[in-house]
Design a protein around this ligand. Structure first.
Ligand code: FES
Ligand SMILES: [Fe+2]
Length: 363
C-alpha cells in the first residue's frame, strides 16, 4: 500500500487535525481499545461523562489500560474514578492528563516518568473526535459542528461503520476536486463546479441531475474541516440533508471510515415515519458513496495522476491537503498559496446555476 512519503505530502507520516475515532454510543458501553495513527490508544468515558483518550500502555509493566474486561477491578466497576482510570494489572491510577497520581501500595510521590500522552478529545455530533498532531501541538480550530444537530426537527444519524480500507487518505480527499467522476461513478452529470480553499477548510460546490434520486436537480455544498471530516449539505426538491463521511488513518496507508446523514423531520417531534424516512435517506446516500468506496478498495495508488486541465483542480486539492503533513509555518504558506476559488476551464460556476444553499453553513 502506498504511504505518505510516496505521495510527497510533507515531513509527517500522519495528518494533523480532528478525526472520528468512535461513535459516542459505543463508548457508552465501556472503555475501548483503539488503534489509530500507528499507535494503540485507550478511550474511556470519565464519571463526569467526558471522553478521555490516552496512549494505551501503562508505564509500570506495559499493560493496555482498556483491553481487559475480565480483571476484577473492571468487573467490580472500580476502574474509572472521577475522570481517571486505573490500570487493570496493579491498579496504578492515570489522570485524564496522563499522569500517574495514585499507586495503591506506594506512599511516596508517583514517578513523573510514568506519564503517558493524553489527546484532546470531544463528544461531538454522536461521534468521539480526537485531535491528532504528531508533535503534540494543541488544536488550532474547533471540531466541525452543525447547528442543526441541536435542533429538535433534525433526526440524528446512527453511523454506518464502513470498516478499514487499504488506501491512503489522499485518494479519498481527491474526490473533492474530481468533477469528472460524478457522472460515471455517481450517475450525476455535473452542470457546474467550484472548489474553494479557506485555510484548513476545503469546499466543493456543484450540482446536476441525480439519477439515483429519480432524476431531480441536486445541489451540494461539501466541505472538509481539516483532513478527516467531510460534511455535505444536499438539497433536492423539498429535501434537505447533511451527510458526514469521516476517514481516520489507522496505519500509514490504511484508513477507517464512517458515514451518516442528518435528516430534517416533518416537525419538532419527528414521527416514526420521519425516522424511517431518515434511515432510508441514509441508506440511499450510502449507496451513492459506496461506489467510491468500492473503487478505492480496488484501485492502484495515483501517485502521479495523468491530470488533464479539465479533470478538476487536483493539484490545488493535493497542495491544500499537504498542509496537514507540514509544520505550522509551512502549513501557513501552503494556505496562502491555495486560498481562493478554483474553477475548471469550460465548466460553469455555481452563480450560473442558482446555487444558493450556503446560508448558515459554518464555512
Ligand atoms: S502494569 Fe499497570 S499498574 Fe502495573
Ligand atoms: Fe465520489
Amino acid at each position: 500500500m502506498a504511504q505518505a512519503l510516496d505521495y510527497k505530502l510533507g515531513p509527517r507520516t500522519f495528518p494533523t487535525g480532528w478525526f472520528v475515532v468512535a461513535e459516542s454510543s459505543e463508548l457508552d458501553k465501556g472503555p475501548m481499545a483503539l488503534r489509530f495513527f500507528g499507535r494503540d490508544l485507550a478511550l474511556y468515558r470519565g464519571e463526569s461523562g467526558r471522553p478521555v483518550m490516552l496512549d494505551a500502555y501503562c508505564k509500570h509493566m506495559g499493560t493496555h489500560l482498556t483491553a481487559s474486561d475480565s480483571a476484577m477491578i473492571v468487573r467490580n466497576g472500580h476502574q474509572i474514578e472521577g475522570d481517571s482510570i486505573r490500570c487493570p494489572y496493579h491498579g496504578w491510577r492515570y489522570s485524564s492528563e496522563g499522569h500517574v497520581d495514585d499507586i495503591p501500595y506506594h506512599d511516596g510521590p508517583c514517578p513523573k516518568s510514568a506519564s503517558i500522552r493524553s489527546y484532546p478529545v470531544v463528544d461531538n455530533m454522536g461521534c468521539i473526535m480526537m485531535w491528532f498532531d504528531e508533535q503534540g501541538a494543541e488544536p488550532t480550530y474547533s471540531a466541525p459542528f452543525l447547528k442543526e444537530w441541536d435542533q429538535p426537527q433534525w433526526i440524528h444519524w446512527a453511523l454506518d461503520h464502513l470498516g478499514e480500507l487499504d488506501v491512503h487518505p489522499q485518494e479519498v480527499l481527491d474526490n473533492m476536486s474530481d468533477m469528472r467522476h460524478l457522472e460515471p461513478t455517481h450517475g450525476q452529470p455535473c452542470l457546474y463546479f467550484e472548489n474553494e480553499a479557506k485555510d484548513h477548510i476545503y469546499v466543493q460546490r456543484q450540482g446536476g441531475i441525480m439519477q439515483l434520486y429519480g432524476g431531480v436537480q441536486l445541489y451540494t455544498t461539501t466541505w472538509y474541516t481539516g483532513p478527516g471530516v467531510l460534511l455535505s449539505k444536499q438539497v433536492w426538491g423539498d429535501t434537505l440533508q447533511y451527510e458526514m463521511i469521516a476517514n481516520t488513518p489507522v496505519e500509514d496507508g490504511r484508513i477507517k471510515a464512517w458515514h451518516g446523514c442528518l435528516v430534517r423531520g416533518s416537525s419538532d417531534t419527528p414521527s416514526a415515519e420521519d425516522i424511517e424516512i431518515a434511515k432510508q435517506t441514509q441508506a440511499g446516500a450510502l449507496e451513492a458513496f459506496a461506489t467510491d468506496f468500492q473503487i478505492w478498495r480496488h484501485k492502484q495508488p495515483a501517485l502521479q495522476p495523468m491530470a488533464l486541465k479539465t479533470d478538476g483542480p487536483f493539484k490545488i486539492g493535493r497542495k491544500w491537503y499537504s498542509q496537514f503533513y507540514s509544520d505550522p509555518d509551512v502549513a501557513k504558506q501552503i494556505q496562502a498559496e491555495v486560498n481562493g476559488c478554483h474553477y475548471i476551464p469550460g465548466v460553469d460556476k455555481p452563480a450560473d446555476h442558482n446555487h444558493a444553499i450556503d446560508d448558515g453553513l459554518p464555512i
